[in-house]
Design a protein around this ligand. Structure first.
Ligand SMILES: [Zn+2]
Length: 340
């Protein structure tokens, strides 16, 4: 019994097949403890031999079975350990760290391109006064151009401000007055920012959209300087191969007004819902700053003049990535964002 107990306890403590094999030899091997004990049986008196012999066989059987059971246990454990072994040379799992939104990426590029031309970025309020958004830009209260900019007014009933005086800016041009009031010519400034209009949302229009406003005032600024600037900037941003088209237009704060169209990258100029089947997309309205705008900020419009423009940034991004719907830019679906 003593042999059985110590054998079983040693078998259970064995943690590998090698250790188990050693235990087996120590008890059941030719010179093992049980084998030697069994040889002793022959020396016992005849009448005791059968009982002791049976007992010895039972012990042998128990030891063998215990070894067998424990052996399979060790095997599965060893396989598991082998599987779980950490290989420190394996490449790790990269954490998901995210990236900049395509709008932000393109915005940074736009700012960089304008910096090379000497334009400094400026930031302005999204909640703006009627004065800077309209009046300082030669759009008085009764001007029909106000109808084209569906304006969102803030509720001023509980304040001293007159109704209709505080709005969500409809154009980043609102910053022209604010900047020029404080700076003397020459000025070269760009104003990236969000604008808001109460508009019907479709593939190429949003109620909230990004613009990069820009303006320059100096002596002897010419319309050709404006054309050259637009041409340089858009080719830098959209590639040398793009086609540009200028058309005359009318905005109260410029004279003459220029509309810039870029060949639609979504359809390659064949016509699609994004370009309203025209093959062209309006990208950068511009013009020579109206003398009334310069006068409103105290500039001498006889001595200085300048040009202004606004890049439709949201539209620029969709054209850059050939997205056929502006609304994808504000969609938080990771399947869209992961493509950039
Ligand atoms: Zn198109």
């Amino acid at each position: 019994m003593q042999i059985k107990n110590s054998a079983v306890s040693m078998i259970i403590q064995a943690t590998s097949q090698k250790e188990l094999e050693d235990v087996k030899l120590a008890f059941l091997g030719r010179t093992g403890r049980l084998s030697l004990a069994m040889k002793e049986i022959a020396k016992l008196p005849m009448e005791k031999r059968p009982a002791v012999g049976r007992l010895a066989n039972e012990v042998k059987k128990t030891i063998e079975e215990t070894i067998k059971n424990h052996s399979s246990g060790i095997s599965t454990q060893e396989v598991r350990i082998k599987k779980e072994k950490i290989d420190v040379t394996n490449p790790g799992v990269m954490p998901d760290i995210g990236h900049l939104h395509p709008m932000t990426n393109v915005l940074y590029e736009v700012v960089d391109v304008f910096k090379t031309l000497g334009f400094q970025p400026a930031d302005g309020p999204e909640i703006e006064t009627d004065y800077y958004n309209f009046e300082a830009l030669n759009i008085p209260k009764d001007h029909p151009a106000r109808d084209t900019q569906q304006t969102l007014y803030l509720d001023t009933r509980n304040s001293k401000v007159n109704p209709g005086e505080i709005i969500l800016r409809t154009q980043t041009s609102a910053m022209q007055g604010r900047v020029m009031e404080k700076a003397k010519p020459p000025v070269r400034v760009i104003v990236p920012g969000k604008n808001f209009r109460y508009e019907q949302v479709d593939a190429s229009h949003g109620f909230e959209f990004w613009q990069v406003e820009g303006f320059m005032v100096d002596t002897n600024t010419r319309l050709t300087d404006l054309f050259g600037t637009i041409d340089y900037v858009l080719r830098k941003l959209m590639g040398e191969g793009i086609k540009l088209k200028f058309a005359t237009t009318n905005f109260p704060f410029v004279e003459p007004g220029v509309d810039t169209y870029i060949s639609c990258t979504v359809c390659g100029g064949r016509g699609c819902s994004f370009c309203k089947m025209s093959g062209w997309s309006e990208i950068m309205p511009a013009g020579m700053i109206h003398p009334n705008v310069l006068k409103a900020v105290g500039y001498d419009s006889q001595k200085v003049n300048g040009f202004a423009f606004a890049i439709g940034l949201s539209r620029l991004v969709t054209l850059r990535y050939q997205m056929d719907d502006l609304r994808l830019l504000t969609n938080p679906d990771m399947r869209i964002l992961n493509q950039f």
